[in-house]
Design a protein around this ligand. Structure first.
Ligand code: NAP
Length: 275
């Protein structure tokens, strides 16, 4: 890796909190492997308008954006592309000579992750949740030709998302009786430390060929354990996370990052956390 000098390019992530983020690890690994003179840092940001000025003033080349800034960053940018506008969230900023462009790579993350194991085109999917992750998952699956049904604890939120993206909706109480090709959990149910919780009953999993969990702490969630038992194809949330990062890296550098190595370091860290 070139040493940090006066030519080192700065990238990073803005969020609050951000100390749990994998992004610095995977992007710095990629910069190092490809011998790119760049560094990626985590910025815990509460004053977003000042941070946006800072991006321009300091010439930060690119940023990832995470909770809670994915929507509030939009009016502070010079341009937001159609994809991010339709999803309603920006997770990536590209700085082109002081002109800040917002886009979204979360949908590519989920589509790439699912395509590795199963099919999307012409299949029906049930999405649990109607928050930020659900928006990107629904957009991606629909764009790739799936029929998408939304199911959320708060029905009104599901209905409003369904209306916006032209999806169908079912009630939260009906989720265990539903049947589809794929199921994607985008609620935090099952996330560490509540690792024994699942948003679905075991018997319902036989109604699906493929199950994906956006939760990646732990890597194998209770829902994925149930799905494995039921013989489903399983897709973990780390895949979505890494593939959205891969897309960001390509947008920023125009180069293909070392995907295998990025997975390896992220898995090592997750396994250490669990020990
Ligand atoms: P969010 O915007 O806060 O949305 C959370 C959604 O989950 C809401 O629809 C909420 O329903 C529902 N929910 C929350 N607690 C619930 C419970 N106990 N039972 C049933 N439903 C519940 O959050 P988000 O950004 O979408 O993130 C959701 C999860 O996805 C997090 O665990 C996050 O770590 C994960 N994620 C993963 C990736 C990845 O790359 N793998 C990317 C983004 C997010 P209500 O509307 O009823 O509140």
């Amino acid at each position: 890796m070139p040493c940090i000098d006066a030519n080192t390019m700065l990238y990073g992530i803005i969020g609050h909190p951000v100390r749990h983020s994998f992004s610095p690890l995977i992007h710095n690994f990629a910069f190092k492997t490809l011998n790119i003179n760049a560094i990626y840092l985590a910025f815990d940001v509460t004053d977003l308008p000042s941070a946006a000025l800072g991006i321009r003033a300091l010439g930060i080349k690119g940023l990832s954006v995470t909770i809670p800034h994915k929507t509030s960053i939009m009016p502070l940018l010079d341009e937001v592309d159609d994809t991010a506008r339709q999803i309603g969230a920006v997770n990536t900023i590209i700085n082109r000579g002081g002109w800040l462009i917002g886009t979204n790579t979360d949908w590519i993350g989920v589509v790439s992750a699912i395509k590795e194991r199963g099919k999307i085109q012409g299949k029906d999917y049930l999405i649990l949740g109607a928050g930020g992750a659900a928006r990107a998952v629904a957009y991606g699956l629909k764009k790739e030709g799936a029929k998408v049904v939304i199911c959320n604890r708060t029905y009104e939120k599901a209905r409003s998302l369904a209306e916006e993206l032209d999806l169908e909706v079912i009630k939260w109480e009906d989720r265990n009786d539903f049947r589809a090709y794929g199921l994607v959990n985008t609620t935090p149910v099952g996330m560490w430390p509540e690792v024994d919780k699942s948003p679905m009953e075991q018997k319902a999993l036989k109604n699906y060929a493929l199950v994906m969990d956006a939760v990646y702490r732990p890597l194998e969630t209770c829902l994925l354990k149930q799905a494995k038992l039921a013989g489903c194809l399983c897709v973990d949330g780390l895949k979505m996370l890494i593939y959205q990062g891969v897309e960001q890296f390509k947008l920023w550098t125009g180069k293909e990052p070392p995907i295998e190595g990025m997975f390896k370091i992220a898995i090592e860290i997750l396994q250490n956390e669990q020990n």
